[in-house]
Design a protein around this ligand. Structure first.
Ligand SMILES: [Zn+2]
Length: 61
């Protein structure tokens, strides 16, 4: 894996930690507390770890 790819993955992870809920709200998706929403396909999941796994599996960079 290149340094750029590694850096990008870290950026994506930081994005999910910080912004996933705000982004969902920006898209008009109501995200009750404890629920995470995928910023790509708006799939709601109950755990952040599940969301990260989903993004890696479904939205591979
Ligand atoms: Zn998704």
């Amino acid at each position: 894996m290149s340094i750029a790819a590694r850096y990008w993955r870290r950026m994506v992870r930081a994005y999910h930690l910080a912004c996933a809920r705000d982004d969902a709200a920006a898209h008009g998706v109501s995200a009750p507390s404890g629920v995470w929403v995928c910023h790509v396909c708006e799939l709601p999941v109950l755990r952040m770890t599940t969301l990260v796994r989903h993004v890696r599996a479904e939205h591979v960079l």
